[in-house]
Ligand binder design. Structure first.
Ligand code: SF4
Length: 458
């Protein structure tokens, strides 16, 4: 199984079973620790120690920099489908990308396909590409076409249906693009599209019009330079979100080049990276990547998570490394019919994210890209999910539900209405359990204004 994008040469020494050391040679004795994470117990890991340092300090240091877990599912999958792959190869992100599963006959070896899936994979001409890393494929349930992770990455023939309100570029990103590869919609921030490549393609991707398309232009240093020149010439831009495609599929040196150029611009205060890599290619979060990223603080990372089944030992380790690098982590999730559109699934997801140090940030209504109607829920479903979270779990674990307005209107929050109305000087409020409470809101602002949205009496 192969992908036509080869990122970097890899020549590395063999590794040991279940854990893989990185950046340093093998050969030290180990101790056993358990990684924190969501979704049940994590595998035990052998942690090398030097024998001369404070054991606690040594444990923190070595787990932070030198090993990568191989979860039970991944180990079983590799044994079955990639028996020749060593631990070190499996845990090398470049190996994962080179062995991406990207065709009907490759997927058919792993998954018992339904007619709707097979039809979609046969009609690939001009379609949004299909690709899954071996690691993410190890999470697929071969006999369960309703499995959430499988529905999110394996195409259905339903993608050929063009429904009302759908468009190639519903958010009008092209219209708000002053130079190729850059979107400038909000006053103080821009979206820098660093690559059109992803290691795994989500079927509901907002940028399915451009990512992974062989006939589209591959981003080059010239394209990056034009975007950087635009930012340098636009002093209102203080925040740059580097996205794509997935920017963490770029080799360290290319990403470093982009970050360096952006950091040289005096008015750029904050850098952000939008990525799904910790969920689909967690092995990419190497110690050397984290060392490089931490030189560019303040740097934030927004991670696209979709379902609690993505919160594996491998993903927990990737997030731990980033968080230990001082990088604030937040999540973005698309609300998807039959995948994560119920309060219980979303509660598991947000609570699991908090456990791996990722703060839930946005829950998106699924954008109306062409062929996505089978993923879309009514907007009320998102409101219902927020209602099921707010008050029932920690406030900081509740994301903001937004609609990214078609036509380029930007993100608009949609929330349950907790304000029932006004009764004289009292604001009447409904709490998370449905109980009504009053807040005396007379204060010094005087009489309620006639145009207040809370002016009705209850
Ligand atoms: S990772 Fe992001 S850019 Fe890539 S296919 Fe998924 S949603 Fe699209």
């Amino acid at each position: 199984m192969a992908n036509d994008v080869v990122m970097v040469d890899d020549v590395e020494p063999p590794g040991s079973l279940k854990t893989v050391e990185e950046d340093e040679p093998p050969g030290r004795s180990g101790q056993v620790v358990t990684l924190p994470g969501a979704g049940g117990p994590m595998p035990h890991l052998s942690v090398p120690t030097t024998g001369t340092e404070n054991p606690l300090a040594s444990q923190t240091k070595t787990t932070a920099s030198r090993i990568f877990p191989i979860g039970e599912k991944a180990a079983r999958f590799r044994e079955h489908f990639f028996p020749a792959a060593t631990d070190r190869e499996w845990s090398d992100w470049r190996w994962q990308i080179r062995h991406t599963i990207g065709s009907l006959c490759e997927l058919e070896k792993i998954v018992r396909l339904t007619d709707r899936e097979r039809q979609a994979l046969r009609l690939r001409e001009g379609a949004f590409p299909f690709a899954v890393t071996p690691y993410y494929a190890s999470l697929l349930e071969g006999d369960n076409p309703l499995q959430p992770i499988r529905k999110a990455v394996v195409p259905l023939i339903d993608e050929k249906i063009h429904s009302a309100g759908e468009a190639e570029d519903p958010l009008h990103e092209e219209k708000d693009s002053p130079v190729c590869g850059l979107v400038h919609r909000y006053p103080d921030r821009v979206l820098f599209l660093a690559t059109d490549f992803c290691s795994t393609y989500c079927r509901y991707c907002t940028r399915s019009r451009m990512v992974g398309r062989k006939n589209k232009r591959i981003p080059t240093p010239e394209r990056w330079q034009k975007a950087i020149d635009y930012i340098a010439a636009t002093p209102t831009v203080r925040d740059v979100l580097i996205s794509g495609g997935d920017p963490l599929t770029l080799p360290d040196e290319k990403l470093e080049w982009i970050l360096t150029k952006l950091r040289e611009i005096p008015h750029v205060e904050v850098l952000r990276i939008g990525t799904k890599t910790p969920a689909v290619l967690p092995q990419r979060i190497t110690p050397s990547l984290v060392r490089m990223l931490r030189r560019f603080h303040p740097l934030w990372v927004s991670i696209h998570f979709m379902h609690p089944d993505e919160l594996t030992a491998e993903t927990a380790e990737a997030c731990r490394r980033l968080a230990d690098g001082g990088i604030p982590l937040q999540s973005q999730t698309v609300l998807l019919a039959g995948i994560n559109d119920d309060g219980e699934t979303m509660r598991k997801l947000v609570q699991g994210l908090v456990k791996i140090r990722v703060r839930p940030y946005y829950l998106y209504q699924c954008d109306p890209i062409v062929g996505s109607s089978h993923f879309r829920t009514p907007v009320e479903k998102g409101v219902e999910i927020i209602r099921a979270l707010r008050g029932f779990t920690s406030g900081f674990a509740v994301p903001t539900f937004v609609i990214d307005a078609p036509g380029g209107g930007g993100k608009i929050p949609v929330m349950p209405d907790y304000v029932v109305g006004r009764d004289g000087d009292d604001l009447v409020l409904r709490n998370y359990e449905g109980g009504l409470y009053r807040y005396h809101d007379g204060g010094t602002v005087g009489e309620p204004r006639g145009d207040s949205p809370y002016a009705r009496s209850h």
